[in-house]
Design a protein around this ligand. Sequence first.
Ligand code: R5P
Length: 226
Amino acid sequence: MNAKQLAAEAAVEYVQEGMKVGLGTGSTAYWAIRKLGERVAEGLNITAVATSRASEQQAKELGIPLVSFGEIDRLDVTIDGADELDGDLQLIKGGGGALLREKIVAKGSDRMIVIADETKVVNTLGKFPLPVEIVPFAWEWTVADLAKLGCVPELRRDGANLYKSDNGNYIADCRFEIITSAPELALALHSIPGVVEHGLFLGIADMAIVGKNDGSLEVISGKTKP
Ligand SMILES: O=C[C@H](O)[C@H](O)[C@H](O)COP(=O)(O)O
């Protein structure tokens, strides 16, 4: 079993009968959705919402019952991957372009469990270019504002075209190298009008389950949410 699958399957053990579950996005979340599908096939009753079209499609194929956001107020748990995580459970997410839906779903969950292989754990965030979802309108100005924050922003491409998120927005991947204060950066990003959301997840994750290549697991517990 690979390290991502190991972490994902350990996280799925936290899902209990009757729970409302947020399904993350990406190659690690894929394994969690797959395991959940197996448990549903064995008789587990849950309902779920997905954080991307891709995860929605996977859940449908596996027979995981999906509900609309109008039918539920909150979720019990969300299981999702990360591009980077530090010891305080600060995350960079959005490598797969799903950061906005992921943040909405994670913030609406009583518990967010992050799943990752050991390569994602860092001392300081920033090596992975921070994904920032921006509106297409005047994107050139938004990208210029992002650069003023000390990064090198690059608009994500999808072959010959600009990449569009599931929400029809662009993603600027912002290379900072080192993010010295993630909370300050988060505030600065939100002060730019063209920014819809950024991939810094701060004070959102409750625990991380990290799979290692030697087959072991590490659990990182977070601070209690306010
Ligand atoms: O937008 C994508 C998500 O934030 C993913 O959860 C993140 O990029 C990690 O993906 P993966 O598990 O494929 O490394």
